[in-house]
Design a protein. Structure first.
Lengths: 390, 356
C-alpha cells in the first residue's frame, strides 16, 4: 500500500511543507506581551505553523492590554479566558479550568508559555496532564527566593516542561543542576530585546509629554534632557503596600531628585497607596520628583532609552537597561537575571544604599557593561528554527 | 509545631494519614483534616472511618467527578479558603493525587510550609498524571519524608541538595498501616471463607493507561484468563474498569468481585499465592504480606522490590505476563528484608513535626 503523501490537489497544504504544527501561545500579563510579540510575527512568516494566541486575562485591564497589543502589532487573541483578578489560588484555578477546555477543543501539538506569571504555571500544568508537549520560554531563571510567587511559578513550570528555551547561560546551568536533560535546553536569547530592537527607532520619534499625577499640568521629558533624569519602576508589595517602607522610599526618591530629576510612571494601585498613606505632601515638597501616568510600551522604552539611569524593584527593565548599557539600580536582595549583573549594567543594592549609588551615577561613575550573548533581536528566529525541528 | 492541616482525598491517603495521626496525638500536635472529596463511594462511608479507626475530616470540600485541570482548580480554590480560615503552621500532603498537588500549591502560594509524605518517588513516565503530581509536589515542599533510599536518591538527582528543603528518610507509612490493620483483618474479614478461596492469584487493574487502552486491556485480560486456567484468578474490580469491559463486550473467564475494603484486601493479600497488579500501593502491600508480585507496567516507583527480586515488571503483553507467572509461582524469597522502615515511619514523621 502506498504511503499517503499530502500532495493531492485538494490539500490546502503547500507541497513539501509537511504537517502543519499547531502551537498555542499563552499570554496572561503585560510582561508576557513583549515576549510573545516577536514570536507571533516570526511564526506568521512560517506557514507550517498554526499559531493560536490565548490570553488568560490575568491582567484584566483591557484598556492597557489592548494598547500594548496595538503598539506591538500583536493580533487580537484567538481566545480570551477573561479570568480577571483574584487570589493566587483562585486565579490559577480559573485559568486551569478555562485552559483545559481550550486544549481539548484545539488539540495543539505544542503549548508555549513565557515568563513566570500564574498563567505560565497553570497552563503548563494543564497541558502536561493532557500529554501535550510544553515549551517554556525564559526557563531556568531562579531568584532562589521562594517567598516570591514568581519563583514558585518558575519552579512549577520548569519541573514539568518538555522543552526549555533560555535567555542566558546561567539559566542553562540552573536547569542542568535540576537534572534537566541538556538536549531539552536551548539558549535562544532574549525576546524582550527583539521587541526593544524592533520598536526603539519608532519610539524615539514619539512625543514625551505626560500628565503629572500629583499636581496639575504636564511634563515634557525633553526639557529634562540637558540635566539628565532617572527613571523609576516600583511595584513589589513589600516596597509599596505598607506605609513605613513606602514612606522611607518616598523620602529617598525626594533626596535623589534634588540632585537629578526622577520620573516615575506609577501604577494606579501604588498611587492610591501614596494618597491613602498621606504621602502626597511629602512628594509635592520635591519639585523634581515627577509621578506620571502609566505609559504605553513605546513611550516607556523611549523614556528609558534617554534616561541617565534606572531605579527599580522589577524584572524586565533590568534587561532593557543592560542592552542599552544604561546603569540600573535594582533594589532587591537577589535577581533571577544575574547575567545583567555579571555582564550588564545592573547592580543589586539595598534600600539604605540607594542615595549613595545614585550620587555616584550623577558624578559619572555609574556601572557600565556588555550586551549578553544572543541579546541581539534574533531570538524569535532562533526559536522558530528550533520549533521546526521538534 | 502545635497545629497542622492535612489534605486527603483518595482512600489510601486516609489510611496513611490515620497512621501519622495516631503518632501526632502522642506528640501533642493538633491536626485539622480536610477531605477534598476526590474519592467518594460507599466504601468511604461512616463505617469506613469507624472500622479503620480514622479520624473524621473536619472539612469535606466535596469535589469529584471532574477532569484533571478542572478538579485541581476547584480544589485549589476550596483549600485556599480553608487555609485562610484555619491558618495552620504547616500543611501535610500524602502521595501523588490531584488532592496532593492542590494542597501543596495552595499552601505554598500563601507561604505556608508544605510537608510531603511519600516524597521522592518517580516512575520516570511523564504520561502518568501521578508523576506530574509527584514532581510538582516535591518541588513545592519544605519537608520531604521519603519512604526509601531510592526516593532520597531521586531527589538528590534532581538537585534537591541545593534547595532550601529538608529531606528525611522516614520509611513507609503504608507498612505501619499494614502492620496495624493485619491483626484486625483476621478478626473482621470473612472474605476468604465467603468466596471459598483456596489457592488463588490476586489481581487488580485500575490504572488509566491500562484501562483506557483497549489493546493493553485486552492483552491483560487474556493473560489473566490464561493464568486462571492453571490457578484461580480473583479480581476486585473498579466500577470504571467494569463498565469499560461491559461496553466492549469483554467477558473475562476469571473471578470478578466487587471492590473490597481494606480488611478484605489484607486478607486476600495474606491468603493469595501471588499478586498481579498495576497499582503502586499493592506492589508494596504484596511485599508486606510476603507475596511475590507481577506488575502490569513498564516501570515502577518501587524499584527496590525489583532489585531484590520480589517484583517483576511484566508490562501488558499476554505472553510475558504468563511467563512471569510461571517464574514467580515457584520463586523463594526472604521477605524479612527491611526495605520500608519496619513500621516506624509515622512515629519518625510525628517526632520531626512535633519538634519543628
Amino acid at each position: 500500500m502506498p504511503v499517503h503523501t499530502k500532495t493531492d490537489s485538494n490539500s490546502p497544504l503547500l507541497e513539501g511543507q509537511g504537517e502543519v504544527k499547531k502551537i498555542i501561545l499563552v499570554v496572561g500579563a503585560r510582561p508576557n506581551f513583549m515576549k510573545i510579540a516577536p514570536l507571533m510575527h516570526e511564526l506568521k512568516r512560517h506557514p507550517q505553523f498554526e499559531a493560536v494566541l490565548v490570553h488568560t486575562g490575568q491582567h484584566y485591564d483591557m484598556q492597557m492590554s489592548g494598547r500594548f497589543f496595538e503598539e506591538l502589532g500583536i493580533p487580537a487573541p484567538n481566545i480570551n479566558l477573561e479570568v480577571g483578578s483574584a487570589s493566587h489560588a483562585q486565579q490559577t484555578a480559573r485559568i486551569m479550568m478555562g485552559f483545559e477546555k481550550v486544549c481539548l477543543d484545539e488539540k495543539p501539538d505544542f503549548v508555549l508559555v513565557v515568563g513566570d506569571v500564574n498563567s505560565t504555571a497553570a497552563c503548563t500544568l494543564v497541558a502536561a496532564k493532557l500529554n501535550i508537549k510544553t515549551i517554556h520560554y525564559e526557563a531556568g531563571l531562579r531568584s532562589n527566593d521562594r517567598t516570591m510567587p514568581e519563583e514558585i511559578n518558575r519552579l512549577v513550570t520548569d519541573s514539568i516542561s518538555d522543552y526549555f528555551f533560555t535567555t542566558s547561560v546561567d539559566a542553562d546551568e540552573n536547569l542542568l543542576k535540576e537534572n534537566v536533560s541538556p538536549d531539552k535546553i536551548f539558549m535562544v536569547g532574549n525576546l524582550m530585546i527583539d521587541t526593544l530592537e524592533a520598536n526603539l527607532a519608532k519610539a524615539v520619534g514619539s512625543p514625551q509629554l505626560f500628565s503629572i499625577l500629583n499636581k496639575t499640568g504636564n511634563i515634557d521629558i525633553q526639557t529634562l534632557q540637558p540635566t539628565g533624569y532617572g527613571v523609576m519602576t516600583f511595584h513589589r508589595p513589600s516596597n509599596v503596600d505598607e506605609k513605613p517602607s513606602l514612606e522611607r522610599l518616598v523620602n529617598i526618591w525626594g533626596a535623589i531628585s534634588e540632585k537629578i530629576p526622577l520620573v516615575f510612571p506609577i501604577h494606579p494601585r501604588t498611587y492610591k497607596n501614596i494618597q491613602q498613606f498621606g504621602l502626597i505632601d511629602t512628594i509635592n515638597a520635591f519639585p523634581n520628583l515627577y509621578l506620571i501616568e502609566p505609559l504605553g510600551y513605546l513611550e516607556f522604552i523611549h523614556l528609558v532609552s534617554k534616561a541617565k539611569f534606572a531605579l527599580t524593584d522589577s524584572g524586565g527593565i533590568q534587561e532593557e537597561t543592560t542592552h542599552l548599557n544604561i546603569p540600573c539600580l535594582t533594589v532587591r536582595p537577589n535577581t533571577e537575571r544575574p547575567v545583567t549583573v555579571w555582564e550588564g549594567s545592573n547592580k543589586l543594592i539595598k534600600i539604605e544604599d540607594i542615595e549613595t549609588e545614585a550620587q555616584a551615577i550623577v558624578e559619572g561613575k555609574g556601572k557600565t557593561g556588555t550586551n549578553p550573548k544572543y541579546w541581539d533581536g534574533k531570538a524569535a528566529e532562533r526559536i522558530v528554527t528550533i520549533l521546526e525541528m521538534l | 509545631m502545635n497545629r497542622i492541616l492535612t489534605i486527603v482525598g483518595a482512600r489510601p491517603q486516609f489510611i496513611k494519614a490515620a497512621a501519622v495521626n495516631r503518632k501526632l496525638q502522642e506528640q501533642g500536635v493538633n491536626e485539622v483534616i480536610v477531605h477534598t472529596g476526590q474519592h467518594f463511594d460507599a466504601n468511604m462511608s461512616e463505617v469506613f472511618f469507624e472500622e479503620m479507626e480514622i479520624p473524621k475530616p473536619t472539612y469535606n470540600l466535596d469535589i469529584h467527578g471532574l477532569i484533571h485541570g478542572a478538579m485541581t482548580g476547584r480544589m485549589l480554590e476550596g483549600i485556599e479558603t480553608v487555609l485562610l480560615k484555619e491558618k495552620p503552621e504547616a500543611v501535610m500532603v500524602f502521595g501523588d493525587t490531584n488532592s496532593t498537588l492542590a494542597g501543596a500549591l495552595a499552601a505554598k502560594k500563601l507561604h505556608i510550609p508544605v510537608i510531603h509524605v511519600e516524597a521522592g518517588l518517580r516512575s520516570f513516565n511523564m504520561a502518568m498524571p501521578e508523576e506530574i503530581n509527584r514532581i510538582l509536589t516535591d518541588r513545592l515542599s519544605d519537608v520531604l519524608f521519603c519512604p526509601t533510599d531510592t526516593a532520597v536518591q531521586n531527589l538528590q538527582n534532581e538537585g534537591f541538595d541545593k534547595f532550601p528543603s529538608k529531606i528525611i528518610k522516614s520509611g513507609d507509612v503504608m507498612q505501619d498501616a499494614a502492620l496495624f490493620y493485619a491483626q484486625k483483618a483476621t478478626e473482621k474479614s470473612i472474605i476468604i471463607e465467603q468466596l471459598g478461596l483456596e489457592n488463588f492469584v490476586l489481581a487488580t487493574i485500575h490504572r488509566q493507561e491500562n484501562t483506557d487502552d483497549l489493546e493493553k486491556l485486552n492483552s491483560i485480560i487474556d493473560g489473566l484468563n490464561q493464568i486462571h486456567c492453571e490457578t484461580q484468578v480473583v479480581v476486585p474490580m473498579h466500577p470504571r474498569t467494569k463498565s469499560i469491559l461491559a461496553q466492549q463486550g469483554i467477558k473475562p473467564a476469571f473471578t470478578i468481585i466487587d471492590p473490597v475494603g481494606y480488611f478484605d484486601m489484607i486478607r486476600l493479600l495474606q491468603q493469595c499465592q501471588l499478586v498481579v497488579t498495576d497499582s503502586g500501593g499493592v506492589q508494596k502491600e504484596a511485599f508486606f504480606f510476603g507475596k511475590h508480585c507481577i506488575t502490569l507496567r513498564e516501570e515502577t516507583e518501587w524499584t527496590e522490590l525489583i532489585d531484590n527480586g520480589f517484583n517483576l515488571l511484566a508490562g501488558t503483553n499476554q505472553a510475558i505476563l504468563f511467563s512471569a507467572f510461571q517464574e514467580m509461582k515457584v520463586k523463594q524469597s526472604d521477605f524479612s528484608l527491611n526495605l520500608y522502615g519496619n513500621g516506624t515511619a509515622a512515629e519518625q514523621i510525628a517526632i520531626v513535626i512535633g519538634k519543628a
